[in-house]
Design a protein around this ligand. Sequence first.
Ligand code: PEP
Ligand code: MG
Length: 656
Amino acid sequence: MERSTIVRVHEGLHARPATRFVKLAKSFESEIEIAKAGKGVSAKSSVKLMLLGVKENDTVTVRAEGADAIEALEALIGYLENPHSGLEDTAVAPAVVTEPAPVEVKAPVAGSNELDDAGFIKGIAASEGVAIGTAYPFFPPEITAGNRNLKPDEIPAELIRFHEAVARVQQRMDAELKTDNLAESDRGIIVALKDIAADDTLLEEATGLIKGGMDALSAMLGASAAVARQFSEIDDPYLNARADDVQAVGRQICLALLGQEDISLESLPDGAILIAEDIGAWDFARAPLKKIGAIVCGHGGATSHVAIIARTHGIPAVLGLGKAVHDLRDVKQIAVDGSKGRVVPEPDEAVCADFKNRIAAAQAEKQALEAYRTMIPQRADGTVIEVAANLGALEEFEVAQAAGAMGVGLFRTELLFMKHMHLPSEDMQTETYTALLKAFAPHSVIVRTLDIGGDKPIAGIEFPQEENPFLGWRGIRMCLDRPDIFKPQLRALLRSAVHGNLKVMLPMISDVEEIRATKALIETCRQELVSEGKPCGNFDLGVMIETPAAVFAAHQLAQEAAFFSIGTNDLTQYVMAADRLNPTVARLNDVSHPAVMAAIEMTAKAAVQAGIMVGMCGEAAARPDLISEFIRMGLTELSMSPASIPRAKKLISELK
Ligand code: PEP
Ligand code: MG
């Protein structure tokens, strides 16, 4: 027997709603199939169901054959017709885990990695401060296929070995789920992965290859790549993100076959110095930041996201070591100077004494700055200079408040997307922005709309291979092309605007039409929300000035934008034509270069003339040697890593 219906489940049968649907189907004895557009799959396989790509408003047919077919149809059709199915206990779809991407190590700066006279290895000073501690090497193992051809009599034993590895992974996931202190979001991730590890689709694909004579490791790598590809080809960002789930499960099974386990940052000892080629957003988001003494990476530069997160949390960091980072794999003790961009493996007594003195001096400076934390800095003419915080996650608000932030000058929403490695729903975004606004009221919170692409790809969005990603499909360019991703964010911003002092800014603007198109989309979202009876508020819409085009068109942009915020991290790389992540050209990535300073001054003049606020949220906003210059140019807001706020307030208050 069968019944057809229109799917009303909010955002369709992706991830959690699909998992719940399968769980419900499995509670019946009947054989159950769900079909869309003539294609039917077992309703008891979450992978097959997700690959069917059932979206909200699709017409589907459910077929059931067996003793409890009537009850099964009743329950499953009811589920499909309920918009809140699968989302009852959380607005957040389960996150996915990405396989640590194979890391491409950039060529080191010629000669710059050699030990200098004092025994230092040079890198890029990415987050100030010094630390000494036990090294914690974080180099997740890379898995390569053996491509061994099995003899026919080897196949049965290989199949047993494969099933045993799968069982070990499932048991480990079960054990993790029983852990008491597991955060709800992590539980969601493990449940989603466990479902895939138990699903026929992936396992059948792998066993089929083994039966054809392929060794289990190669078969598992091949099977996960094949199933992941199917997910990434579906025209739905939520389902695209499942490709990473499949790869993550495949990786775990492969490691089990090799008798290895992935290293995790969770077991990092207190005060340890993290040494890695790179730290992906996923690993970083789960890392116990309070325990990290310092960070040393082969990859990255002063404005890469590892650097930004390190600065927010006051963790000293030296990045861009290139291949030299591999020489540190077996080091026991390490001293890190994040201010000068140097690391010392196995420091001797003299180096230890020097570092300890500097740690004590930094603590003394911190105490001396304490008095400036709560002050409201003013220019000589009485104009208040807002010293605000750059944040990447809601959880950072306490660090910012403790540092004396006068609001948020940049909330990087892409980290919200990267952290969960899936697209956060409109409800989840609304909750986050609302919580942030409430935490900082009456100060303003400037939320930047999604800025991905370039160095910041995320799961769930297929990015084309680009010759020059930094000149490609990123920031506002991508958002305007993808209203399916942009509109939920704009709707969430409109909904949260009723709860505080919200401002919104657009990244990577290079043309005034981009502002106009966004305004039109905001109006569409507003009308939709009004017709749905949902409360929605207003916000000022500003733009980031981070391309030379925006600088040259600043007068025109100022007619459409409510404020400017200068993004010096990108502006410097575009003005100087020097990749912000490439250590080889780090010398050119200098805000104080006359060309960049002239661009900042032009921007400030245009804003002052048009009577709109101009601020800065690039890392240069905290530069002690430039702050007075920025204020002289007319900037009235400087937004920076929380740790830099007290010192900036002190400097401003001392200006004549
Ligand atoms: C900038 O470019 O200066 C900026 C603040 O944005 P991001 O570093 O996130 O690109
Ligand atoms: Mg930028």
